[in-house]
Write a new protein. Structure first.
Length: 551
């Protein structure tokens, strides 16, 4: 059984009450990770056991332990020779969508398809994140619930879909402190908001909860947005005090517990102990899931700060083992190839050498493909008037001047097929220009065969974009390539948005678009704002290229 819903909607509580009501005498096991789940399953479970899988995406990962766990679960659920078992889990909608996507070829080769198979055996219950006025009409006469409904009504846009559960959980109040006017009482300071944005992006890029203090402090500098602290300032420590105040109140070891600790929202960050890869203890902070979900909705397609990646590379030895491959893949998806290469080296040293080699080859192939020289037109010797006209048309098509373009248009008006094709090619190469784009579409409407490609491409892009929005992930790479070929108004910006969402195919397509616009120099990747990184000197490896150009 799988309960799906956004943060602070009552997924875990709903599942707990159901299990306690229906199976009160069954025993329960709660694995803490995918590796722990594998150990439990391989050791064997007695009949009448509930396996509690809160945050299912952390148990069915696409790493080796997650794949083994999925295969073991499928085997147990498909056989009649074992006693009754119940796997129950909770997950966010977008995390479930990610698990349901078809794995990449290298993930499929490792058996990651078993995750989709076992999800297909689940009975899914969706917990809504809002209540309607009609549903709340029969609510119990509880003063706390009344206050929650009034608070949710003030925050609602249409006063119809109310996030009452989020208010009761303290999530809505927390977001108000983050998003509201900084001058309001209780609002987070600019430093605290920078730490929250850094924490959200660290998790978005692949760092797991809890987040180490060194990563938060190093990354947060880039999120201050003009509020640069003076040298020696204790702004980071002050921000942590602001963000962890509620957690301090509810911790009996650091402060007296109170009944109203969430009146200003649940804790944004909760201090916890953690361990480094070498086993040493380190200070960490758990980012509240509701805050992270809000961050993804608000900033899921925003660029990351350069300080985030600089901090991760400088402290790569402190990155958790399982986070290194995810961070490398995310950096690759953003076109940050030098950073991805450095993180892949960490992955290889942590036991993920096969994955590291595969990803490194993919990046090298992308750079070589993008920088492959285009075919150059070479005029042939003239053998008569017709040949001279053909040479003239080809020369006009390559000339950038207005006079040459007008002459080419006049030749096309005479009905010369070669001139028409050349004119269409020139117009297709200038689709950023509104007038050129309109003329191209007029030619298509007039039935000019060569110009129909533009109309067909526009229609295909619209269909692919619609399929991608409906969750058809395989439409993405085709859409990105089509946008790069068209290079019309808004196409570059749209590709940049997909790059900030860390889609590897979008980064490669955007690099192809940049290469077509700037044919000189060697394009070796993108920077954190998805701008092109060029180098002029030849080099023998992608790592050296990126070091020369910077990211």
């Amino acid at each position: 059984m799988l309960v799906v819903g956004t943060s602070c909607t009552g997924k875990t509580r709903t599942l707990y009450e159901a299990v306690a009501e229906v199976l009160p005498d069954w025993q329960l096991v709660q694995p803490s990770s995918d590796a722990h789940l594998v150990r439990i399953l391989l050791r064997g479970l007695p009949a009448r056991t509930v396996i509690w899988l809160d945050e299912l995406q952390n148990k069915l990962t696409r790493l080796s332990d997650g794949v083994i766990a999925a295969k073991s679960m499928e085997a147990l659920l498909s056989t009649r020779s074992v006693g009754r078992l119940l796997f129950v889990g909770t997950i966010w909608p977008h995390e479930l969508h990610a698990l349901q996507q078809r794995p990449s070829p290298e993930e499929a080769a490792a058996g990651a398809g078993a995750i989709r198979d076992v999800l297909g055996l689940s009975f899914t219950i969706v917990v809504p994140d809002t209540f309607s006025k009609v549903e709340l009409a029969d609510a119990p006469a509880d003063p706390r619930l009344k206050i929650a409904i009034e608070t949710a009504s003030r925050a609602s846009v249409d006063n119809q879909a109310l996030k009452v559960a989020q208010v009761l959980a303290g999530g809505s109040q927390l977001v108000r402190r983050l998003r509201g006017d900084p001058s309001e009482p209780g609002a987070f300071s600019p430093g605290a908001r920078a730490v929250v944005r850094a924490a959200g992006d660290l998790r978005r890029c692949g760092m797991p909860n809890p987040l180490p203090s060194w990563a938060l402090e190093g990354a947060s500098i880039g999120y201050l947005r003009g509020h640069v602290p003076p040298p020696g300032s204790d702004w980071f420590e002050t921000a942590l005090v602001d963000l962890t105040a509620a957690a301090t109140l509810e911790n009996p070891l650091t402060g007296p517990p109170t009944l109203d600790i969430h009146i200003d929202g649940v804790p944004a960050l909760t201090p916890v102990g953690g361990t480094q890869p070498d086993g040493a203890l380190t200070e960490c902070y758990h980012m509240h899931d509701f805050l992270f979900e809000d961050h993804v909705l608000e900033n899921g397609e925003a660029p990351t700060a350069a300080t985030l990646w600089d901090t991760l590379v400088r402290n790569s030895s402190l990155i958790p083992d399982r986070a290194a491959p995810k961070l490398a893949r995310d950096a690759e998806g953003r076109g940050l190839y030098v950073i991805a290469a450095a993180l892949l080296e960490v992955s290889a040293n942590r036991g993920y050498a096969r994955n590291a080699r595969t990803r490194a080859r993919a990046m090298i192939e992308t750079v070589e493909t993008v920088n492959r020289p285009p075919r150059v037109w070479t005029p042939r010797p003239s053998s008569g008037r017709r040949e001279d006209l053909a040479r003239r048309i080809d020369a006009l098509a390559l000339a950038p001047g207005t006079t040459e373009f007008e002459e080419l248009r006049e030749l096309a008006a005479t009905g010369s097929r070669r001139a028409i094709r050349a004119l269409v090619e020139v117009l297709e190469g200038n689709r950023l220009d509104v007038a050129a784009n309109e003329e191209l579409l007029r030619l298509a409407d007039r039935g000019v065969r060569a110009a129909r490609r533009a109309r067909v491409l526009d229609q295909r892009i619209s269909k692919l974009r619609s399929r991608l929005l409906r969750g058809r992930g395989r439409a993405g790479p085709v859409l990105f390539g089509a946008l790069a070929r068209r290079d019309g108004q808004g196409d570059c910006d749209e590709l940049v948005t997909y790059v900030h969402a860390a889609r590897p195919a979008a980064a490669a397509a955007l690099m192809t678009l940049y290469r077509a616009r700037v044919p000189t120099g060697r394009l070796v990747g993108l920077d954190v704002d998805a701008n092109p990184v060029f180098v002029t000197a030849p080099a023998t490896s992608i790592q050296r290229n990126n070091e020369a150009g910077g990211s």
